[in-house]
Write a protein that binds this ligand. Structure first.
Ligand SMILES: Cc1ncc(COP(=O)(O)O)c(C=O)c1O
Length: 430
């Protein structure tokens, strides 16, 4: 790694001693700018070792929807820690997990009511894929091993999840040779493309277990939006060809797009939904793959071979489930969706000056997601550093600068974030 840890920074001992031994995410280790040493987080603030405070624009990869160090969640985790931080979920059950399963089932639309817990978003996607494939095997239908997924999609970094992400243009293109083959097609975001999907499914449905999509927003694949009609078309196509429909709501779930779950904006219920990220309010790793009765019943049998063979060691971790229950309390008690609507309006207003700049390709806002897409970002690290100089933590990727703040962010902090984006984009070269 080159450079120091930032202007005026006094790197603490733990930093100097450890930094050579960590392998950082999505980073060329030789040239990456060193990560900033963080000592505390609070609300929408990240406090650095040298005393600087950054306003956080992305809520730790969209997890910390109530802001950091939220007292109600912290107290719930502390209480749980006194009794039982963790116990295996095989042969044993505990109150935080069963309460959470019941609450998720009540919150989700339709009869999405059978909750399989895991520990990260990617694993939740793996579980969904296994559920979909085994659903057919258990019903005595052979050969349905493939999924239909979409260009521009991203579902995680594990092998199965990579295989249903955009394997040509996405960040996992390198591994195309390793990955199982699925069908990566265009989203049906026009009548023409819907007809093309219909033809495709007509020809291949016999080999397809289901369709997987990130509803309304393709996140890490480029922060691209589509409308509710796409989801309605997918539901209709899945019904027509008798395929399972999987919504990956790991990014969009828990209010991010304006409704509690993105599928509710289209009034469409998938057969399987994946949740993670904001599930614990950004406190601990936890994920859930939730299936409808129809899917669950395909596994319900006297035959052990029809069981779902999955079970991570930290499945349904009690601390994480306690955090998730506390997070759901906050959604019940506080006006989160109203806050999302207010953030949406502020993002639209605040990012408007970027429109029409020659270096800007598009400005778009959906719920609490604001995106300024440039034609190109030649020096990503340099751009990221300019945001730090402005006192904000924003982490552009590809050609996109995006804001996904905590829903509790103060109006002044949000205004500082959008002003920083306008200033930095204004100074960016075409
Ligand atoms: C839609 C979606 N699915 C899956 C994942 C993977 O989640 P995780 O990073 O927890 O494995 C992500 C992460 O960004 C995501 O946005």
């Amino acid at each position: 790694m080159t450079g120091d840890t930032g202007k005026n920074s006094l790197a603490p001992d733990w930093y100097a001693g450890g930094i050579e031994h960590v392998w950082l995410p999505y980073a060329q280790m030789k040239t990456v700018s060193p990560p900033l040493p963080v000592v505390r987080t609070q609300g929408s603030r990240i406090v650095l070792a040298d005393g600087r405070e950054l306003i956080d624009g992305i809520a730790s990869w969209w997890t910390a929807c109530h802001g950091y160090n939220q007292p109600h969640i912290r107290q719930a985790v502390e209480r749980q820690l006194r009794d039982m931080p963790h116990v295996m979920f095989g042969g044993l059950a505990h109150q935080p997990a069963l309460t959470l399963a019941r609450r998720l089932a009540a919150l989700l639309p339709g009869d999405l009511a059978h909750v399989f817990f895991s520990d990260s978003g990617s694993v939740a996607v793996e579980v969904a894929m296994k559920m979909a494939v085994q659903y057919w095997i258990n019903r005595g239908v052979r050969g349905r091993h493939r999924l239909v997924a979409f260009k521009g999609g991203y579902h995680g970094d594990t092998t199965g999840a990579m295989a249903v992400s955009d394997t040509e243009d996405g960040m996992h293109a390198l591994f195309a040779g390793l990955l199982p083959q699925h069908h990566i097609v265009d989203l049906p975001d026009s009548e023409e493309r819907a007809a093309a999907l219909d033809r495709f499914l007509g020809a291949h449905a016999d080999s397809i277990a289901g369709i997987i999509v990130e509803p309304l927003v393709q996140g890490a694949g480029g922060m691209k939006f589509h409308d509710a009609n796409v989801l309605k078309r997918l539901r209709a196509a899945a019904d027509k060809y008798d395929l399972l429909l999987i919504f990956d709501e790991i990014f969009t779930g828990f209010g991010r797009t304006g409704t509690m779950f993105a599928c509710q904006a289209a009034d469409v219920t998938p057969d399987i939904i994946t949740l993670s990220k904001a599930l614990t309010g950004g406190t601990l790793g936890l994920a859930a793959t939730v299936a409808t009765r129809k899917v669950f019943e395909a596994f319900w049998s006297d035959d052990p071979a029809k069981a779902l063979m999955h079970g991570p060691s930290y499945m349904a971790n009690a601390l994480a489930c306690a955090a998730a229950n506390a997070s759901l309390d906050l959604f019940e008690r506080q006006p989160r969706l109203k806050q999302v609507a207010a953030i949406s309006a502020a993002l639209t207003r605040g990012l408007k000056p970027c429109r029409g700049l020659p270096q800007v390709k598009d400005v778009r806002v959906k719920g609490a997601i604001g995106v300024v897409e440039l034609h190109r970002i030649p020096d990503l690290d340099g751009l990221r550093a300019r945001f730090i100089d402005e006192g904000v933590f924003v982490r552009p990727f590809g050609n996109a600068i995006y804001l996904t703040p905590a829903f509790t962010i103060a109006a002044e902090d949000l205004a500082r974030l959008t002003a920083a984006v306008v200033k930095v984009v204004g100074g960016a070269k075409k």
